[in-house]
Design a protein around this ligand. Sequence first.
Ligand SMILES: Nc1ncnc2c1ncn2[C@@H]1O[C@H](COP(=O)(O)OP(=O)(O)OP(=O)(O)O)[C@@H](O)[C@H]1O
Length: 559
Amino acid sequence: MKMHGLGDGPYWMISYAYFLTISMLYLITLVSFGSAIGLRFFRLNGYSIQFVFYFIYLNLQISIAFLFSSIFEKVKTVTVVAYILVYGTGLLGSFLFQKLIESESFPEEYIIGLELYPGFSLYRRLYEFSQYASRGTGMKWQDISDSGMSEIFYIMSVEWFLALIVAFYIDQVFSSGKSPFFFLVNPFKKPSSLPRRPTVQRLDSKKVFIDMEKLDVTQEREKVQKLRNEGSTGHAILCDDLKKVYPGRDGNPPKMAVRGLYLSVPLGECFGMLGPNGAGKTSFISMMTGLLRPSSGTALVQGLDICKDMNKVYTSMGVCPQHDLLWETLTGREHLLFYGRLKNIKGSSLTHAVDESLKSVSLFDGGVGDKPAGNYSGGMKRRLSVAISLIGNPKVVYMDEPSTGLDPASRKNLWNVIKRAKQNTAIILTTHSMEEAEFLCDRLGIFVDGGLQCIGNSKELKSRYGGSYVFTMTTSSEHEDEVERLVKSVSPNAKKIYHLAGTQKFELAKQEVRIAEVFRSVEKAKSNFTLFAWGLADTTLEDVFIKVARTAQAFIPLS
Ligand SMILES: Nc1ncnc2c1ncn2[C@@H]1O[C@H](COP(=O)(O)OP(=O)(O)OP(=O)(O)O)[C@@H](O)[C@H]1O
């Protein structure tokens, strides 16, 4: 939700209000039920004291839960810690703390010291309630100071606010990546102009890597460096030496998923990122969408630094993640209404935008958009995810394999939606479909092992990395040698790239082949032996992709 523009303040308030409401409902049910069945603990102690005490304690508990969620990364870890604390406190409370409270000789100041731990303050509170209830009087407001309860009220109230402030601070500094002194910054001050890059050249350690770059990749890097030196904010996306290194695990060395990426994408351009599995495309998108922090380097989105101003970047960003993140019980329309509101669209414009959005992804007719997303097929969910990423006309959109799992008709439909949307938007799209890349993308980059191997439009890439025709011929096995001789006669340096049961494929260098000559030779061959099939094809984007990826993968381990 943060990726779609939900600010930290509303998120914290909504979550807090949700947990408080649930806890209060639970509490009211407990006290009402306890009173109804005649438990003296609930009936005799003043209801107003019980309410105030439980209310403060519940707030403290929620604040501590927020603090834990800021400190711990994994749900499993924090669950185990919470269970240990709850059961440990119960055991310590009944076997140790209660004895200390009842002891005449143990100083009261030490008891108050122990009550700084919220579990013991809760225990003390319940202990006092039960003592007063067993005496048959119950606790009233005038008993507060005698029972040592007033200190507990103060301790809990202070801890409630402290835990909340510390949790928010940790979340802002460690998750949102703000400076440790972010609270000293004037919120009304306009962001300063872009920091200029030092003109000094890169470190020697990088020289080896840079020297191996292809010309097109080098040109892209120089373009980014020039734009950064000029402090330009004209480009929608500017990646500057963006790196992601995952720490090594289970004895494996650290994994460099993205190794120093330079990329500039202006508004109105759809940039396609192609690459084999594990090339680092998702890691790149995750950094750009704020899910992962770059290990070094940065990127500017509409002039805003993703390491410093991610919260502002979210408001002009749309994301279609690789896996659909939808609520099963909400309808398609409700999803779009929700995300539209996050993008600040209101009233009739919101209703209109949602209808248009549903129509554009073919989820409008027959009331499909008003059915719960849980009932949607995989393709419908994917289309809804794309519609969510585009609602509110964001300036920058990231799409991670948007058409995965779609049938050909829906895919074509979706491509048209994306094509229309890109007019005022910069889109970065990852895909394994060359057809999709050719149809949608103005420029393409082939990404292998965390680095760009080439960059340009599909025609440029084909002419730069293709440079050959693929000649295929199928005959019976005894005529294979004759086919080979035929090919050598039209292209002396032809290379056999495939051979199976009479079918042979050859790569012919474009500069030594005349197409008319090939046709003439094939016609002549038809009179000598039987040809089952033959063909001459220009290089496809797929050929370029395979060639570039293979070459890079063979080369990278050596580098
Ligand atoms: N959390 C992680 N810890 C360690 N290594 C990781 C982590 N996430 C990804 N990797 C590794 O980083 C590399 C890049 O992964 P990434 O998912 O970014 O690739 P991808 O190009 O998106 O692949 P695909 O096309 O299959 O989605 C892979 O080798 C992967 O194993």
